[in-house]
Design a protein around this ligand. Sequence first.
Ligand code: GLN
Length: 305
Amino acid sequence: MHALLETLVAEARPLTARGKPASYIPALAAADPSLVGLALADGEGRIFEAGEARKRFTIQSVSKAFALAYVLEERGANAVFSRVGMEPTGDPFNSIIRLETSSIRKPFNPMINAGAIVVASLLPGRDVAERAKGLRAFVGRAVGRPDVGFDLAVRESEDATASRNRSIAWFLNELGLLATEVEETLDAYFEQCAMLLDAADLARAGSVLAFDGIAPWSGERILATRTARTVKSLMATCGLYDGSGEFGVEAGVPAKSGVGGGIMAAVKRRYGIGTFGPALDPRGNSIAGLYMLARLSDELDLFAL
Ligand code: GLN
């Protein structure tokens, strides 16, 4: 296994020259685009890794899967799905257009920004600090280490340049979909996006999803089976935004990406996989991550369908 992961990292590294780190959040633009990390967590709690699998990065939209799981556990499915749909959009992650044009009058799914901002407004807690801290504690349980932090500079950089997310949040507010005030909601959302994890963490969290909510390394139940299934299904249909269909054809596993360069994948009753590579394709998905997941899927026969 270790040799396979090393091979995939070596194959992926030259491909990173085809992409660039995200720059619309200025603090992300400084990332080294040649970094590539890969980690796989199995059902016995073992971790296999290669490349920069222990280099921490901000998880950005991968946090949407964690926040969804946490809010489903804390508030129940009805609180979430009365305000957010379950359908893919085929639009970029930060698109606003369907909020006005579609008849459902709510974001299509929790994996795009509009849906995730609604979910962030449902995080339990009295204020932003308490909500963000509660989510980090939950993520800590899902990755098997209690000290999950966040990158303040990235959070502030996003806040300072977030005209698009601010527009989305105000539109959501006008539709009556936010459970907390607009700026508070955005603060919690930016802080969740700035959480710092590495590919090995994403592999472990992916393995919790893969085993329907049980942490393979301890046997502890982290999520209800139903929650894990809901999150995985939405990852499979919407996790890579307008690249979700193509990724389904290439790799065939539920996965969630973020513009920090991470992807978390879950392979039913087999593995959690974490990838890292800040060079992104035009849709905001990691070039190295997409490549390595497709290759792993072929090599290990991971296709879910
Ligand atoms: N924080 C980022 C944003 O809202 C997350 C987007 C992403 O990772 N696709 O724009």
